[in-house]
Write a protein that binds this ligand. Structure first.
Ligand SMILES: NC(=O)c1ccc[n+]([C@@H]2O[C@H](COP(=O)([O-])OP(=O)(O)OC[C@H]3O[C@@H](n4cnc5c(N)ncnc54)[C@H](OP(=O)(O)O)[C@@H]3O)[C@@H](O)[C@H]2O)c1
Length: 347
């Protein structure tokens, strides 16, 4: 069987922007004769995520992330359907996911490494397993719950950066459902601001690419900020932390504004921001969704209920075709997405 796959051809370097030219599409002959325990899967959807920028480096900077190898097929989150099986736990037609799905149209995989999912959990919207009812949803829900200290009735103000992205768009909605009196989103375009307020129920939204973020924050959060879900780091985060209240909590989810720079994670803070955190007793602990996998099953069930009952709205940006994996990844890194960036590979 002829399949198409994406390989990494070059690295952007620790200090550089990734380019679609770092990837190449190849044809490959796949022998679909299965050994015991193997399955043949057809890829339906693939995920592109910010952590992949680290996998493009020779040294990812994180012991839980292996670098992608040059000239080899790239992998990440994926969902697909079993076409034939020699694994007793899986049969033809089963929908399965994995965090190590090859960027390939069909693949022979070890059945034991795949997770069978129930399409009713997402009302048949299978790409949600890569987003709202998958890792992204878990990151938003568990991040808010584990590090946010949101208390119903406490009149808290929450700010979310990267708010129109996959995690941010969910985190803000969860903050509102959990009881924040006000949720303000920071994002990179007026179109995104409109979606946050009109479609997702954010109280207000600020475009950090135009205007004075600090001044707009003062207007929208006159009582200061109690909870900050930080996806971006850098100058945007400095401006938000400056307006945080005594005893506030930063959910340190990600620092995407620094991912094309050769700095450790989390990147060092300015002396001024560090001093504000200390003086105001603001907690800023690193959050890693992988540290909370014992809570994943219950959290995915809750996310599924929230999505199915439309208490949470899901936004996606879907690009078609395996040939567009590199383009979709680079576009997401620069803000081309609203909600979760997905690549649809087949029907
Ligand atoms: N801690 C964990 O376990 C965990 C798990 C998953 C993800 N994460 C982190 O969560 C964050 C969001 O990930 P995601 O998958 O939801 O991606 P995403 O938000 O859907 O996409 C990335 C977004 O980042 C924004 N961005 C890019 N460069 C920026 C810059 N210089 N300054 C400000 N914003 C910038 C862009 O939106 P704009 O148009 O608004 O700029 C872009 O849409 C990332 O930092 C990621 O590493 C952490």
């Amino acid at each position: 069987m002829q399949v198409q796959r994406v390989v990494l051809t070059s690295r952007p370097g620790n200090n550089g922007e990734p380019s679609p030219n770092n990837f190449r599409l190849e044809q490959k002959n796949l022998t679909s004769d299965l050994e015991d325990g193997q399955v043949l899967v057809r890829t339906l959807y693939l995920s592109v995520d910010p952590y992949m920028r680290c996998r493009m480096n020779e040294d990812t900077g994180a012991d839980y992330l292996a670098p992608w190898k040059l000239s080899e097929c790239v992998d990440g989150g994926g969902v697909g359907v079993v076409e034939s099986s020699r694994c007793s736990a899986l049969t033809e037609g089963d929908v399965v996911t994995s965090f190590n799905w090859p960027w390939q149209t069909h693949a022979v995989m070890v059945g034991g490494g795949l997770q069978k999912v129930d399409s009713q959990m997402v009302d048949g919207h299978l790409s949600y397993f890569l987003g709202a009812v998958g890792m992204t949803g878990l990151t938003a829900l568990l991040g808010v719950r584990e590090k946010g200290h949101v208390t119903k009735g406490a009149n808290q103000t929450m700010v979310v950066s990267g708010a129109a992205g996959a995690c941010g768009s969910l985190a803000g909605q969860i903050g509102r459902l959990d009881g924040c009196a006000k949720v303000v989103g920071i994002c990179g375009s007026d179109e995104k601001c409109k979606a946050l307020v009109e479609d997702l129920g954010f109280s207000a939204a600020i475009n950090y690419r135009c205007g004075d973020v600090s001044a707009r924050l003062k207007e929208t959060c006159p009582a200061g900020v109690d909870v900050y879900f930080d996806n971006v780091g850098g100058a945007v985060s400095d401006a938000i932390i400056e307006q945080m209240n005594e005893g506030g909590h930063v959910i340190l989810c990600g620092q995407i504004s620094q991912y094309n720079k050769d700095v450790p994670y989390p990147p060092p803070l300015s002396d001024k921001t560090q001093e504000i955190l200390q003086r105001r007793n603001i907690a800023r602990e690193r959050f890693m969704v992988l540290s909370y996998m014992s809570k994943a099953e219950a959290a995915l069930f809750e996310l599924s209920q929230l999505v199915k009952s439309a208490q949470i709205k899901v936004l996606e940006t879907v690009v078609n075709g395996i040939e567009n994996m590199g383009v979709a990844f680079c576009s997401m890194m620069k803000g081309g997405n609203i909600g979760k960036q997905i690549v649809k590979i087949s029907d």
